[in-house]
Design a protein around this ligand. Structure first.
Ligand SMILES: C[S@@+](CC[C@H](N)C(=O)[O-])C[C@H]1O[C@@H](n2cnc3c(N)ncnc32)[C@H](O)[C@@H]1O
Length: 389
């Protein structure tokens, strides 16, 4: 049998080398109850490199991995006949089928096609969804049923997850990273948005990542790491730490979503110090500035209306954060994270590192004017990240 398999793999190798391979399909798992149902292979051009996209079709999810020609043959060798009994190689001019019987007898059949096919090197991106609720972690995280249906009480959360994935994709896609992308998600909580980020970057954008979810609650860290292990997810781990104590050496992207009060500032400071290219945060409560504003008594006319005071504190806190990011060379944007009906914490503050020259004095003046006007002594971010005047 091994002679036939070698001969078949040699045909695959030749078609890959000659650029005649259109696609490949592996079917009929050896084990009837194997979770891996099919394997689809397709040549793709990624960053001008010819690779082979492998779509592993599991019972309830797809996983996509890209390999070069040598890796492709190694994987196929392990799969045939170890995991699958049938394989079809579709080339531009013929279909080459490998059939292995249950008794282990292998045969190869070749059929010429009537009309020559063309190779399509485009990635089937449309097939990989932004976030796929059928992936097992969504069930394990408690957002879907076992069959991958979003539960009624998690519909809003999923809307937020999709919106987040959409925004992050638009921010990250145009960026250039060298090698593995190091990401910290500070105050990661139950991990919903951290898993969405991992899924988006690895499955849809085919990026190599090292994502750390930083979370102070040990019970959450333990639970999430168990899910990561069970699903065999690479490049994702939760770390038990306070944001203040977490100082990554290498950081390309800093995420901090709904980290309470000044924890957002600690996260931003850590991102700026590590030279992160992208900083994305959704601030939560704004107690520090609110208390300073109330204490100063400068805004009596506003402070008597609690709701206005709250809104004012949000705007002042996040405007100063945006100015500080600009001071350190970040181009900032403030955008709506999700419609107000889903959560009042709906602002996303984004900073993208640039090499543009910055008028630091002008920024310092703006910060100083705001502080004076609203009776603020110091914004917490300034205390952890001193600005030189
Ligand atoms: C409101 S949840 C947000 C979770 C997630 N980022 C999201 O947006 O869905 C905030 C999380 O941050 C954690 N947290 C709060 N302060 C922290 C700190 N100083 N260091 C690390 N984690 C913190 C909390 O335990 C909680 O799980």
């Amino acid at each position: 049998m091994s002679e036939h398999i070698d001969k078949y793999l040699e045909q695959v190798r030749a078609s890959a080398e000659q650029g005649t391979m259109v696609k490949m399909t592996l079917s009929k798992p050896v084990q009837k109850h194997d979770e891996l149902r099919n394997l689809y292979v397709k040549p793709v051009l990624i960053k001008e490199k010819r690779l082979f996209a492998f779509t592993y079709r599991y019972e309830r999810r797809d996983e996509v991995k890209n390999y070069d020609a040598a890796q492709m043959l190694d994987v196929l060798q392990a799969m045939l006949p170890g995991r699958f009994l049938n394989a079809v190689l579709f080339t531009v001019s013929e279909d080459v089928t490998l059939l292995v019987s249950s008794k282990g007898k292998a045969t190869i059949q070749t059929k010429k096609v009537q009309e020559c096919r063309e190779q399509n090197l485009e990635h089937d991106k449309q097939k990989v969804r932004l976030v796929n609720p059928a992936n097992p972690w969504w069930y394990q995280l408690g957002l879907t049923t076992r069959e991958g249906k979003i539960t009624a009480d998690m519909q809003h959360k999923f809307k937020q997850i999709y919106k987040y994935a959409e925004i992050v994709e638009s921010l990250i896609k145009p960026m250039k990273f060298a090698g593995i992308v190091h990401i910290a998600d500070m105050g990661a909580g139950k991990g919903y948005l951290t898993f969405a980020l991992h899924e988006l970057l690895t499955q849809r954008l085919n990026m190599e990542v090292d994502i750390k979810g930083v979370e102070i609650r040990p019970d959450l860290v333990l639970k999430i790491n168990e899910i990561i292990k069970a699903d065999g997810l690479k490049g994702l781990a939760f770390v038990e730490s306070s944001i203040e104590a977490y100082h990554p050496e290498k950081l390309d992207v800093l995420i901090a979503l709904h980290a309470c009060n000044t924890a957002t500032d600690d996260a931003i400071a850590s991102g700026i110090k590590a030279g992160a290219q992208l900083i994305v945060c959704a601030p939560c409560c704004h107690k520090q500035i609110r208390q300073e504003m109330e204490r100063s008594g400068k805004l009596d006319a506003i402070t008597r209306y609690g709701i206005f005071m709250e809104r004012q504190a949000v705007m002042i806190t996040d405007t100063i954060r945006a100015l500080i990011l600009e001071y350190f060379g970040y181009k900032t944007q403030v955008m709506e994270f999700i419609e107000m009906e889903h959560t009042p914490k709906n602002v996303l503050l984004v900073g993208v590192k640039t090499n543009n020259k910055v008028d630091k004095d002008k920024i310092l003046n703006s910060i100083s004017e705001i502080k004076q006007q609203y009776g603020i002594h110091e914004h917490y971010l300034e205390t952890v990240l001193p600005l030189n005047s």
